[in-house]
Design a protein. Structure first.
Lengths: 545, 307, 311
């Protein structure tokens, strides 16, 4: 998922509030019998940037996805703990080798204009996602999760109708995958796979997502969309589970400056906002019941250019890379700079990924002094040190938080290894361009998982992957990735791939994100245990003060 | 007068054209691409996107088609960043917002500024004068990105009088703080200019004559002194307008008004080519119009000036 | 009354011994200088401004921290440990990352002043030459040149600046070029107006009559007479340049890390205002305000001195 703001990384679930009362998988707001509901059920959520296109097959970023999740609903949703729960589909069956899934769509599922939701709506939507004419940035997602022929359709080699999805009848949907995927259900909560109202789209074209035209099948309908200011959605009475929805109205308020967001949260104008960088300890001490830190499914790391276009020959030496990575004092970064409950990262894949086993990493068990000693040793062996200093150019996108981390790391490397790190910040677009062209030396990078399974991270290490900003190519890794597509338990291969990446150091992981936010005490139902933090407004409710 | 306006309009067209071409070239030179996100998109998908938005045609053809669409159809094209809206949508939604608080800020800055300057000049060296001079110089040096958060802290958090942001379709409580934040520094500079200009005029011979003739003070000030004193103020109004357009970026960012200023900066940072061009043309046209109005005002005040 | 006074003076003069004193001639500049010195606000401002400049030169000698060294002990506890104190050597406190604010404010002041002065210089050089040529030759050339100025005036310069900074990357040179690009327009208009007034004066007629080439007339006769108005305008331009730079820093397009400017420091300080670390805003803002104040008063004083009117 596109996530260009710096939010923290992982915090331990233990310290979180006991106030949530969700037991087991729930369909919608599970309000305990003795709770007294507030009279005004409006939830106001602060977002950093403007909400982009609210079209399920086009949406890319995290915040717009939260809007789309409230307006539309896919086959399966993400439950309070991140495990899939039935959504518009009430059940599914799968064949023996996990390549053909058959879904039964609810009889009560309806669009906001009263039309029933049919399997045909899903077929239309998924075809639309891969259709070159739609030109969606997420067109590749359908192929990524395994639907047959998706990649060829995107490339224009076969017609859209060849896509591996078929409507057996109005309420039965059959999906054919190109590889064995026991985890396919987890991908269904992603917006790209939501249904789309064919009649409206064909009638209104680009204007179909405007508040006066839009038709959606989720718990809410769009009533107002003012870019730069706010998005407002109101209850959809035709939603199949409408009786469990408590929140009447959801507002997403665009507040660009996080400090401003905090001020307005204090004034009661916003119910939830992100904690400004570095303020978590002070706010936690001041308002312990309203300050939260939960693990977030993203990794922050430095990308090393592993291609032969790497301008700095020193970085081609694995000893240098390992030394640099060891010399980063991640505890200082996590506890001193970020202070939001993030976790230090010594590997790429998020440790809380469902089913994943983190391999043995010696560096994570040493003390920082031991790591520093080893780093000096490796550097000297490579032929560099304080007497023969090394200079590296690092690029990152302009932001206070990235700047702090870059400054801190440059000081660490200077003091411990005599390395001079030249910092060059640039706008996000320029950074993307430079990373993509693979002409950089060292670059800031981050990756958020799209679905709760390790391949969402590890597929980046595939030498043929478009997302492989490092240009990393290792034959064993490629082999294991191929094997994981047919293995009964792909996690075996995943652990091996991760271990190899730790040895080769194509990336220097820094920390795992945490979502650090302020939330008013009267808001209940937030999915604190979901590492992907896919929240649904229909699961929330407000109690009376 | 009509001839003057027509002449100016005739120059305006090539000006706007030059503006479009320069902007177009600059934009294409900038690295980056509106369609590349954090997740690198496969080339096949990128090709589809380029084809859809006509970016695969040669540059000169893109420029010509764009100019044609703007001039003959008033169609500024689709936004590359917001896939479900057109640039016309963005401008139609954002411009009234910026215009509302901008016009109010302009009026407040001009009227209050002039009034303050006149009072200070008439009561020169009194406590009123020192107070206003102190205030004006002070207000002129505080950047509006410092003033905005202070205003929000005071009026939203401490006093709970005004909402900290949002626009609410132009609800008056949402307009106040943006206007204050935007107008203050210009109010200050207009007051300073008015005061020094007024002082100059009040010391001139014909004013002395008017007083000698026994005219009441207020008639001297408003009937004889004010008009010529306003000349430097009027010529300053052009830069005030430009400054407010710039300042609106800060206002939009802090107060989440959804105005044109932040749409503009956002589109530059996201390489939303069509929106950048659209807003540039709009602002260029506005600046030309504002300069025209200023020149006409100038001629109206000073009868010696021939248009 | 006047006649009485004259008689009194004469009478008084008769009584005093006659001393012949060779009077020293007073040039226009000296007259202006005296008028300036008598303007207390301007004088004080000039002294304060010079004090600030001296401080930026001498200040670093007293600094105990560099502009980029992080004080690890402050990290994570800026509110309690990062406040101004003589003991820790952080005279102005530290910023959010733990860097010394004293050194950074000094550097920021240097850069902001540099930006203002260089921007103004560019405006003076380019604007004066451009405006003088347009004003002197008049007619078609003037029309075309001023049209060009009008066209450039109507371009939303902020946008062009942003694009330039994006395309060519952020560097000092780019910043100066960008700011210089917008600053000469006003100057050229003012100079042009003044030149048009001057070219009808007798000394210009004389120069032309004696066969001076047009360029020589412009540079040897007209430009020196423009100096007064140019100096005034340039001095008043500097605060605008500094404000413009602060806006650019606010947008995140200003000077590159670890260098900083007052504008960048102020926007960082404004962000952390509500958390109690007021010194992060107070010190850079104080310097910023003082510099702008003094430039305003000095500029006003220069205008009063060089262009006196009856008050």
């Amino acid at each position: 998922m596109k996530n260009n703001k710096i939010v923290g990384a992982v915090a331990l679930a233990a310290a979180l509030l006991g106030a949530t009362m969700l037991s087991g998988p729930s369909f919608a707001a599970n309000v305990p019998a003795d709770a007294k509901l507030a009279s005004e059920q409006v939830f106001k959520y602060r977002v950093l940037d403007n909400i982009n296109a609210i079209d399920p097959q086009i949406v890319e970023d995290v915040d717009t996805s939260s809007v789309v999740r409230s307006l539309f609903e896919g086959l399966y949703n993400s439950g309070a703990d991140g495990e899939p729960v039935p959504g518009t589909a009430e059940s599914y069956t799968v064949n023996a080798d996990n390549t053909v899934y058959t879904f039964k769509i609810r009889d009560t599922a309806k669009w906001s204009n009263g039309d029933p939701v049919t399997a045909g709506d899903f077929v239309y939507a998924w075809q639309r996602a891969v259709d070159p004419a739609t030109a969606s940035n997420y067109a590749y997602f359908v192929g990524l999760v395994g639907v047959v022929n998706a990649d060829d359709i995107v490339a224009g080699k076969t017609p859209v109708t060849d896509l591996g999805v078929k409507a057996i009848d109005d309420k039965t949907l059959e999906v054919t995958l190109g590889f064995s995927s026991p985890w396919f259900i987890r991908t269904l909560s992603h917006a790209t796979l939501f249904p789309a109202p064919k009649a409206v789209i064909e009638a209104k074209g680009i204007d179909w997502t405007k508040a006066e035209n839009i038709v959606s099948n989720g718990a809410y309908t769009l009533t107002e969309n003012t870019p730069g200011e706010r998005v407002v959605a109101k209850r959809n009475p035709n939603y199949w589970d409408n009786e469990h929805t408590v929140i009447e109205e959801v507002q997403w308020l665009t507040i660009n400056d996080e400090n401003q967001g905090l001020t307005r949260w204090r004034a009661g104008e916003v119910d939830q906002t992100d904690v400004p960088a570095g303020q978590y300890p002070a706010l936690e001490a001041e308002l312990p019941n309203e300050t939260y830190s939960v693990p977030q499914f993203c990794t922050y790391y430095f990308s090393v250019n592993m291609t032969d276009k790497q301008p700095n020959p020193a970085l081609a030496d694995v000893k240098v890379r390992e030394a640099l990575s060891l010399a980063i004092d991640r505890d200082v970064i996590v506890n001193g700079v970020l202070q939001g409950g993030q976790l230090a990262a010594y590997s790429f894949t998020h440790p809380l990924t469902a089913g994943f086993t983190v391999p043995e990493i010696p560096a994570s068990k040493m003390t920082q002094a031991e790591r520093d000693a080893k780093a000096v040793e490796l550097m000297t062996a490579a032929g560099y040190g304080k007497d023969k200093p090394l200079t590296i150019n690092y690029i990152y996108n302009t932001s206070e938080a990235h700047k702090k981390i870059a400054t801190v790391v440059s000081q660490m490397w200077q003091e411990k290894l005599g390395v001079t790190l030249n910092l060059a910040d640039m706008e996000f677009q320029t950074l993307l361009d430079t990373r993509h062209s693979k002409t950089y030396e060292l670059a800031r990078n981050a990756w958020c998982g799209d679905y709760n399974e390790a391949s969402t991270f590890l597929s980046l290490l595939d030498s043929k992957s478009e997302q492989n900003d490092q240009g990393y190519a290792n034959a064993d890794v490629d082999k294991w990735l191929g094997e994981s597509k047919t293995a009964a338990d792909p996690n075996v291969q995943y652990t091996e791939i991760e271990a190899q990446a730790v040895k080769d150091v194509p990336i220097m992981p820094i920390y795992f994100y945490a979502k650090v936010f302020m939330q008013k005490t009267n808001v209940k139902g937030w999915p604190f245990d979901d590492v992907e933090q896919n929240w649904y407004a229909k699961d929330l409710y407000k109690v009376a003060e | 007068m009509i001839a003057f306006i027509l002449r100016r309009l005739a120059v305006a067209i090539p000006t706007l054209l030059v503006l479009v071409i320069i902007s177009f070239i600059l934009m294409k030179l900038a690295p980056g691409n509106p369609f590349i996100g954090e997740k690198t998109v496969p080339q096949a998908v990128l090709d589809n996107i380029y084809a859809r938005y006509g970016l695969d045609k040669p540059e000169w053809q893109q420029l010509l088609e764009y100019v044609y669409n703007v001039v003959f159809r008033f169609d500024f094209g689709p936004s590359f960043q917001y896939r479900d809206r057109t640039v016309n949508d963005i401008i139609a939604q954002g411009f009234p917002v910026t215009f509302t608080y901008g016009a109010w800020a302009f009026l407040v800055a001009t009227l209050v500024g002039v009034a303050l300057g006149v009072v200070a000049a008439v009561r020169q060296n009194s406590w009123l004068d020192y107070l206003s001079v102190g205030f004006t110089v002070g207000a002129q040096v505080i950047p509006n990105f410092v003033m905005a958060p202070i205003l929000v802290l005071v009026f939203t958090l401490w006093l709970r009088w005004l909402p900290g942001g949002g626009w609410n379709n132009g609800n008056w409580t949402n307009v106040i703080m943006p206007v204050i934040a935007l107008a203050t520094s210009y109010l200050a500079s207009i007051a300073r200019i008015t005061r020094s200009s007024m002082l100059e005029v009040l010391g001139s011979n014909y004013i002395r004559t008017a007083r000698a003739k026994g005219l009441p003070n207020w008639q001297v000030i408003f009937g004889h002194a004010l008009r010529p004193a306003l000349l430097p103020v009027v010529s300053y109004l052009g830069p005030v307008f430009v400054g407010m357009v710039t300042g609106s970026v800060v206002i939009d960012l802090y107060f989440s008004t959804g105005g044109i200023g932040q749409a503009f900066v956002n589109s530059a940072l996201n390489r939303d080519y069509s929106t950048i061009l659209g807003i540039t043309i709009l602002l260029g046209a506005l600046t030309i119009a504002a300069n025209l109005v200023v020149d006409i005002l100038y001629a109206w005040i000073d009868p010696k000036i021939q248009l | 009354m006047l006649a009485d006074r004259r008689i009194d003076t004469l009478a008084g003069a008769k009584a005093a011994p006659v001393v012949v004193v060779a009077t020293k001639g007073r040039s226009l500049w000296m007259d202006a200088g005296r008028r300036f010195m008598r303007n207390r606000a301007a004088l004080i401002s000039l002294i304060v401004l010079l004090a600030v400049v001296v401080f930026t030169i001498v200040g670093p000698l007293l600094a105990r921290w560099s502009i980029e060294k992080i004080d690890w002990s402050v990290m994570g506890a800026v509110l309690t440990k990062g406040n101004p104190s003589i003991a820790t050597g952080h005279y102005f406190g530290t910023d959010e990352v733990g860097r010394d604010l004293y050194s950074r404010v000094i550097q920021g002041t240097q850069i902001s002043l540099l930006v203002g002065i260089v921007g103004s210089l560019i405006a003076v050089l380019v604007g004066t030459i451009y405006g003088a040529i347009a004003g002197y030759f008049g007619g078609r050339l003037d029309s075309v040149m001023m049209r060009l100025v009008d066209i450039i005036y109507s371009i939303p310069y902020m946008f062009i600046l942003i694009l330039l900074l994006i395309i060519f990357g952020r560097s000092f040179i780019m910043l100066f070029v960008g700011i210089g690009l917008v600053s000469w327009l006003g100057m050229s208009r003012v100079v042009r107006g003044q030149t048009m007034t001057l070219r009808n004066r007798e000394f210009v007629e004389a120069a032309v009559a004696t066969g001076s080439k047009p360029l020589a007339v412009i540079f040897r006769h007209i430009v020196p007479n423009l100096l007064g108005i140019v100096v005034i305008y340039a001095t008043l331009l500097i605060p605008e340049m500094i404000l413009l730079e602060s806006f650019i820093s606010f947008l995140g397009l200003g000077v590159q890390e670890p260098n900083t400017s007052l504008g960048a420091l102020i926007s960082e300080g404004a962000r952390t205002m509500q958390y109690g670390t007021i010194w992060q805003l107070a010190f850079p803002l104080a310097f910023f305000v003082v510099i702008l104040f003094t430039f305003f008063f000095v500029g006003d004083g220069l205008r009063d001195a060089l262009d006196p009117k009856d008050r």
